[in-house]
Design a protein around this ligand. Structure first.
Ligand SMILES: CC(C)(COP(=O)(O)OP(=O)(O)OC[C@H]1O[C@@H](n2cnc3c(N)ncnc32)[C@H](O)[C@@H]1OP(=O)(O)O)[C@@H](O)C(=O)NCCC(=O)NCCS
Length: 307
């Protein structure tokens, strides 16, 4: 993959921060680091896909998806960074920024240029950016058993917080019997109101601004005969239900979870479901498994305190 250095200054945000060479903490000269905003989306997509050709879970990106990703997760391309060696992109890493929250995402180095200090240099640059933003901590998540990345983050001082599940359910009406419930279907505005009342501890990916940015939200409430009740917010796309947030407001989360998930899948029987970063200890997970959910893979959420 190559880039045209002359194009670097043609981008709208060019000039905000200069590229520079720097050694990593290990003393190896890593690369020149250039703000990601100096690259086109097409270049960033090409770079990302090249760094992930051998990724533990295939996640190919295209331009549309990267634009959505940057929008939904408040990625700051001026603060995100690309490592180059002459006209060759070696790797990249992105920084998501919201008030009180900073996270690293999309880190990757070309397979042929790994173990040369580039990944560490990219990470150290983003950690420095987070310090300049006066963030008190940086978070990220890493797929479990992705040892190169996990050991890199440990080396930089990140600690494990918890495990997050990426879960799926194939289309189909629910076959499990659940307690009878009263159902109320709600629209986007009411979904946003409910998210304002959430009691869970979302990751950056499932935080309320991520859901607000991604749009097309729906919600439902259920109430069981014994008064147990709860609500659920989700995103409906053409083929998939996504971004599930389940909340039990009264009673037993297992029974409420069964009713919520029964209701959503009885309403949308033709849609596949994929939801990311459900905490492994979430009290609704058992109910989800009883209604046909499977774990695709899990991530480790990590945090580096800066104060
Ligand atoms: C993770 C990744 C970015 C590391 O990049 P890199 O340039 O090879 O890493 P560095 O050379 O800077 O290594 C820095 C430290 O990371 C750790 N590390 C990197 N590769 C490792 C490996 N294969 N096994 C164990 N530790 C490893 C080591 O602690 C290393 O320090 P050391 O050289 O003193 O032992 C790279 O492997 C990659 O792009 N992987 C695919 C994409 C990916 O997993 N991205 C992260 C998603 S969360």
């Amino acid at each position: 993959m190559s880039i045209s250095p002359g194009d670097r200054n043609a981008q709208p945000n060019a000039g905000k921060a200069g590229g520079r060479s720097r050694p990593s903490a290990s003393g190896r000269m890593a690369a020149e680091l250039v703000p990601a905003s100096r690259f086109t989306y097409a270049e960033l997509v090409a770079a990302y896909n090249q760094t992930r050709v051998d990724y533990i879970v295939p996640m190919p990106m295209n331009e549309t998806r990267l634009r959505e990703y940057v929008r939904d997760y408040d990625v700051d391309l001026d603060k995100s960074v690309v490592a180059i060696d002459g006209d060759q992109v070696l790797g990249l890493a992105m920084l998501g920024i919201r008030p009180g929250q900073v996270w690293v995402t999309r880190l990757g180095v070309l397979p042929v240029r790994r173990r040369g200090g580039v990944g560490q240099a990219l990470m150290e640059h983003l950690i420095d950016e987070a310090r300049r933003l006066e963030a008190s901590y940086v978070t990220l998540d890493v797929i479990k058993d992705n040892d190169p990345a996990y050991y890199l983050f440990l080396k930089l001082g990140f600690c494990d917080l918890r495990e997050l599940l990426v879960v799926r359910r194939p289309p189909g009406s629910p076959s499990t019997c659940v307690d009878s419930y009263i159902l109320q279907m709600l629209g986007h505005e009411q979904a946003l109101e409910l998210l304002g009342q959430r009691q869970d501890r979302p990751s950056w990916l499932t935080a309320t601004p991520s859901l607000e940015n991604s749009g097309d939200l729906k919600a439902l409430r259920v109430e069981l005969a014994n008064g147990d009740r709860g609500w659920m917010v989700y995103q409906e796309t053409s083929f998939q239900l996504r971004r599930l947030v389940l909340q039990t407001t009264e009673g037993d989360p297992h029974r409420v979870g069964l009713a919520l998930l029964h209701a959503v899948h009885a309403t949308h029987p033709t849609l596949d479901t994929k939801s990311e970063n459900l905490p492994a200890e979430d009290s609704h997970w058992l109910a989800a498994q009883e209604l046909g959910y499977l774990e695709s893979f899990r991530r480790i959420e990590m945090r580096l305190d800066l104060e």
